[in-house]
Design a protein around this ligand. Structure first.
Ligand code: TRP
Length: 333
C-alpha cells in the first residue's frame, strides 16, 4: 500500500470571470509553489458558482477556462490532482450528511451569506445558505490537512473544522480537522482605485482591478490610473495605501523588497514607478497568457487532464463517503 508522508492540501476557486491579479498573488501563484512540498488537490468550484444565477453556456466555458488558466499558472497534473467539483459526486453526497450535522444558527452567522443575500436579494436560495456546508464537504471528503484560503473564507473554514470535530465526537474519529494555510508571502492586494478595499473582480469600476488576461496596454493604463497621493515619494506607509499597494505588487513580481524599491525610485516620480509596476506585471502575465491560449486550444489535452483528475479525486472521495454512510447507519447491501 502506498503511504504518503506528505500533508494533503485542498483548495478551490470559482470559475466565474477570469482571475484578478489579487487572485494570482493571494492564491493561484501559491498553489503552484505548494506542489513540491504537499500532496495537492485543486478544484474548480462550479457547484458553488450556481448559488448565484449563471448563464449555463458561460459557466461551461468558464469552467474549462479556469482549469486552463490554473495549468498555465504552473499547476502540474503529474504532481497535483486538478479537477472540476461536479465531476466528483461524493461532494454533494457528503454535503447532505454534513448539512444534517450543521445548525441553522451557525449558517445564519456567516458574514458572506449576509453580504451575498443583501446583494442578490431577489435570489436568496437555500444553496447560498448551505454553501459553507458544501465547502466543508469539499475539504473533509479528502481529509485535507491544510486549506489555503483568503481572509473572506476563514469563517467558512472555521465552520468546516467545527463540523469535523462534531462529527468525530458523535460517530467516532472520521475526519481530519483541517488547518488554514497562510502563505509566507501573503500580500493582500487592494483595489487600484480605492486602496482601502480588497481588489475584487465584482467591483463595478474596471480600473480597480487587473485581470490575468488583460492585454499589456490595458495593464499599463490601469496602473497609470491607480490612485496614489500627493507626496510624490515612493515609500511604504500606512498613510499611503495606494503607493504601498503598488509596491506590494511590484515586490511580488520582481522579488525586490520594499527597501530596495524605495531606493530604486528615489528622486523619480510616480509616473516612472507606475510604468515599472505595469512592466513587471506584464513580464509575468504575458507568458502565462500565451500558455493559457495554447492549452485552451488543445481541448483534448485539457479534457483528458480533467477526466484523470476527476478519477483520482473520486477514488479518494468515494472511500471517505462510504465510511461516513456506514457510520451514520445507512444500510449497506
Ligand atoms: N468558496 C471558495 C471561494 O469562493 C471556493 C471554494 C469552494 C473553496 N470549495 C472550497 C476554497 C474548498 C477552499 C476549500 O473562494
Amino acid at each position: 500500500m502506498e503511504v504518503s508522508a506528505k500533508k494533503r492540501i485542498l483548495s478551490g476557486i470559482q470559475p466565474t470571470g477570469t482571475f484578478t491579479l489579487g487572485n494570482y498573488i493571494g492564491a493561484v501563484r501559491n498553489w503552484g509553489l505548494l506542489q513540491q512540498e504537499y500532496e495537492c488537490l485543486y478544484m474548480v468550484a462550479n457547484m458553488h458558482a450556481i448559488t448565484v444565477r449563471q448563464t449555463p453556456a458561460d459557466l461551461r466555458r468558464q469552467t474549462r477556462e479556469a482549469a486552463a488558466l490554473l495549468l498555465a499558472c504552473g499547476i502540474d497534473p503529474q504532481k497535483s490532482i486538478l479537477f472540476v467539483q461536479s465531476h466528483v459526486p461524493a461532494h454533494a453526497e457528503l454535503a447532505w450528511v454534513l448539512a444534517c450535522n450543521t445548525q441553522f444558527g451557525e449558517l445564519s452567522r456567516m458574514t458572506q451569506f449576509k453580504d451575498k443575500s443583501a446583494r442578490h436579494a431577489d435570489n436568496v436560495n437555500a444553496g447560498l445558505f448551505t454553501y459553507p456546508v458544501l465547502m466543508a464537504a469539499d475539504i473533509l471528503v479528502y481529509n485535507a490537512d491544510l486549506v489555503p484560503v483568503g481572509a473572506d473564507q476563514k469563517q467558512h473554514l472555521e465552520l468546516a473544522r467545527n463540523i469535523a470535530v462534531r462529527f468525530n465526537n458523535a460517530y467516532s474519529d472520521t475526519f481530519t480537522v483541517p488547518d488554514p494555510y497562510i502563505p509566507k508571502t501573503g500580500a493582500r492586494i487592494m483595489s487600484l482605485q480605492e486602496p482601502e478595499k480588497k481588489m475584487s473582480k465584482s467591483d463595478t469600476n474596471a480600473n480597480s482591478f487587473i485581470l490575468m488576461l488583460d492585454d499589456p496596454d490595458t495593464i499599463r493604463r490601469k496602473c497609470k490610473r491607480a490612485v496614489t497621493d500627493s507626496e510624490g515619494v515612493v515609500r511604504a506607509d500606512e498613510s499611503k495605501p495606494g503607493v504601498t499597494n503598488l509596491m506590494s505588487i511590484y515586490s511580488v513580481f520582481t522579488g525586490k523588497d520594499f527597501a530596495s524599491i524605495e531606493s530604486e525610485f528615489t528622486g523619480k516620480g510616480y509616473g516612472d514607478f507606475k510604468l515599472a509596476v505595469a512592466e513587471s506585471v506584464i513580464s509575468v502575465f504575458h507568458p502565462i497568457q500565451q500558455e493559457y491560449q495554447r492549452i485552451l486550444e488543445d481541448k483534448t489535452y485539457l479534457d483528458d487532464v480533467l477526466k484523470d483528475g476527476a478519477q483520482r479525486a473520486a477514488h479518494i472521495a468515494a472511500k471517505t463517503c462510504a465510511k461516513v454512510y456506514k457510520k451514520v447507519g445507512f444500510l449497506q447491501l
